[in-house]
Design a protein. Structure first.
Length: 147
């Protein structure tokens, strides 16, 4: 099942600070609900977490890498996640720009879900996945504002 979400948020940090945060897996991975750890190797990284997506619960890992970094304005991450009988292949993009003394982050997520999660049905999965993506984005904003 295909998923696509996008949005934006504004924080009172410089463009450089925001980009540095978004392009550092050790920092932004902590924004994921259920975060356990992050491992880095040869430009790739793996985020280990405890997945809680409605009735689907269990350990999961997300392997990803930055496909494109255009400092300090654009980052694209591509990866895949596995766990709790489900799969996810995704792309997450961030565009960062100065706006009225703050920094605006526009983001776009596109992904394909398979396995147990896909069997929940489109409306249920869309609602749960949308909430999870918004939790991640809210976590990123919260981490940026508190650092």
């Amino acid at each position: 099942m295909e998923l696509n979400y996008s949005g934006s948020f504004t924080v009172s940090k410089s463009v450089e600070e925001v980009f540095d945060f978004l392009s550092d897996p050790d920092k932004f991975a902590r924004s994921f609900p259920g975060f356990k750890s992050v491992e880095r190797e040869n430009g790739r990284f793996t985020i280990n977490l405890r997945l809680s997506l409605g009735p689907i619960r269990g350990d999961a890992s997300v392997r990803a890498e930055f496909e494109e970094l255009d400092r300090p304005k654009y980052a694209r991450v591509r990866g895949s996640g596995r766990g709790a009988g489900s799969t996810l292949d995704f792309t997450l993009e961030f565009t960062v720009k100065a706006e009225n003394g703050s920094t605006k982050v526009e983001w776009a997520f596109s992904g394909s879900v398979g396995g147990l999660a896909a069997s929940m049905g489109g409306r249920v999965l869309n609602s749960l996945a949308n909430r999870m993506i918004n939790d991640i984005i809210s976590g990123i904003k919260r981490e940026l504002e508190s650092s």
